[in-house]
Design a protein around this ligand. Sequence first.
Ligand code: AMP
Ligand code: TRP
Length: 342
Amino acid sequence: MTQTASQASGNQGRIFSGVQPTGNLHLGNYLGAIKNWVALQNDFDCIYCVVDLHAITVPQVPDQLRQSIREVTACLIASGIDPEKSVLFNQSAVPHHAELGWIFNCVARLGWLNRMTQFKEKAGKNRENATVGLYSYPTLMAADILVYKATHVPVGDDQKQHLELTRDIAVAFNSMFETELFPTPEPLIQKTAARVMSLRDGNSKMSKSDTSDATRINLTDSAEEIARKIKKAKTDPEPLPETIELLEARAEARNLVGIYAGLAGCSQEDVLTEFGGRGFGEFKPKLADLAVEVIAPISTEMNRLLADHGAIDAVLASGAEQAAALSEPVLSEVKAVMGLKG
Ligand code: AMP
Ligand code: TRP
């Protein structure tokens, strides 16, 4: 079941989420996930991870990967993740993720993984050539979450299926070893902008891996780039409608309204109350101004942080130490119930 953050705060759990260090973060990451991560850190015990072991499921250039880990970390801090409040680290620095990931490879069934749509999308036509890691990726994601016994996972809509698999693994493990060791974590999915679409095609997801940069707003884009991309965003000739129902069949218009709502922190209905009946010639400049207002300060702060690699590396090292102190006892418990240690 999908919950909102306010519902989750009733049972005070532990939050875990991750983002891949592959290229720059974009508006989809921000509105779909990171904005929520920032809000949650005031009320929850939060662990946020730059998932570099997930990134290597497809080939990476070592120097670029090193740089991306720092960039994504800087971007998270610039977006409002506070390393004093939350644990912030990179996945490969804590070996327990990979270790529990292997154990989960021995719990999850081929049939479960065969259903994962993201593997099918990412592997494309040449499936025989995909790495085994890309295929078993969701078991590592389950380990990321469960090695901290996290109860809530704020993600974009695209990760819902992986979360369901995580729950299946937790239930299967508990039942195989007659234990209550793992919780069944809940996804926390935003109501607005859970799935931000490409600016050039309202039916495909805004993504880091899209070859055209015009499809996304990067959190590092300058004010001019943001305004230009929004001006060029695909739309239809009709003015904005007065009601949500009339947006249904208009993928691009719906996406821009969703983005506006996400950035302004209001509902899509509110956006239509303000802009219903008005054309894109009027709406787009307002959207561009709002996007610049939210994104430009993140990009400025990120560049400031990136000037000092040592400081970013120190944040990651301290986060890894805190994370390992939390995951080590859980892995120990897992080994004990499995008969891997006395
Ligand atoms: P990734 O960049 O794939 O590591 O994703 C990091 C987080 O951003 C995950 O929680 C995703 O669900 C979320 N995310 C990625 N792309 C989008 C998008 N286009 N719309 C909404 N959320 C997204
Ligand atoms: N699979 C997620 C993505 O591609 C990233 C991720 C890895 C993650 N491990 C996680 C997200 C654990 C939440 C919890 O976006």
